[in-house]
Write a protein that binds this ligand. Structure first.
Ligand SMILES: [Ca+2]
Length: 297
């Protein structure tokens, strides 16, 4: 598999990708990178975080639909659950005119993906703390979590539900799930549909919102567009030009990939193909996560 020029430093690659995905009507939001965060937010220390208030959960799988479940719901204890949707295998065209090169991708096997962004109460049920800047409803998406924080969450989640291997989705898995079978390359209708399908800078009123209030996509996933950016597993880097199967990004890098846009970004950043990135130790109140999972063999 060949790749485009990888001699560009990762930091510059990150910046250039953001410039490429920024429409002329939306060029006042700078990139959320180490040197230029996208909004006036801060990274909080552990001592500033909200104290733990939950006891140890007792998770079990509480709902399976059929022999090959379309959805599973994992019990995290204390009445908190984590619904997952089975995403089918399939081929799609990854990227668009703002995220080049457009290339053919095959996802070779089904996987599970969170129906919603991980919420404050789910994070607290698993790890016992609440790092979010925005407090209020328990089903607000968790934010102010680093990529490394997410690994700790996923590791603990696996201990609680050992039938599943939990991970962040790859960028390819995320975009496959976001497109939900749509062949459309550049979503020209996105601006029109955004108020119904996403919390973004036009309607979010400067804050996150409880998950699941907007219309889901064709595969039943909520808030794939907007609310909070979602960490992906991949190092951030240039796309391959050739067709590939189950791509997982470059082997190394300084930044990790982000997808989906957020409450403080405009519509073009919420495209299925739009890319962003941040250093894995950075925490911002517009970055959260969504869980991917496979069945353990
Ligand atoms: Ca989102």
């Amino acid at each position: 598999m060949s790749r485009t020029d990888t001699s560009v430093p990762r930091f510059l690659a990150c910046i250039s990708a953001l410039i490429a995905t920024t429409a002329s009507s939306c060029n006042r939001q700078p990139a959320p990178t180490a040197s230029a965060p996208a909004s006036p937010v801060r990274t909080r220390t552990a001592s500033e975080r909200h104290p733990a208030t939950t006891t140890a959960p007792s998770p079990t799988i509480v709902a399976v639909d059929g022999d090959r479940p379309h959805t599973v719901t994992i019990d995290l204890g204390s009445g908190v659950t984590l619904p997952l949707v089975l995403i089918p295998a399939g081929a799609f065209t990854m990227g668009d005119e703002g995220a080049l090169p457009v290339h053919a991708v095959t996802i070779s096997k089904p996987f599970y993906l969170g129906r919603y962004e991980v919420t404050r109460e789910q994070w607290q049920a698993v790890l016992g703390d609440d790092p979010s800047d925005f407090v209020g409803e328990a089903n607000l998406p968790v934010e102010s979590v680093s990529w490394h924080d997410c690994q700790a969450f996923l590791q603990k989640l696996h201990q609680l539900a050992p039938l599943y291997e939990f991970a962040l989705p790859t960028e390819a898995q995320w975009e496959h799930a976001c497109r939900a079978g749509s062949p459309q390359q550049f979503d020209v209708e996105l601006e029109r549909r955004m108020p119904d399908s996403a919390w973004y800078e036009v309607n979010a009123r400067g804050t996150t919102h409880p998950v699941g209030l907007k219309q889901p996509n064709a595969w039943g996933l909520y808030d794939m567009h907007g609310n909070v950016w979602e960490w992906c597993a991949d190092f951030f880097g240039d796309y391959p030009a050739d067709p590939c199967v189950d791509p997982s990004g470059p082997p190394s890098g300084e930044h990790r990939a982000l997808r989906g846009g957020s409450w403080n970004f405009c519509a073009t950043f919420c495209r299925a193909a739009a890319r962003n990135c941040a250093r894995p130790d950075e925490r911002y109140n517009y970055i959260g996560l969504r869980v991917a999972a496979g069945t353990r063999k």
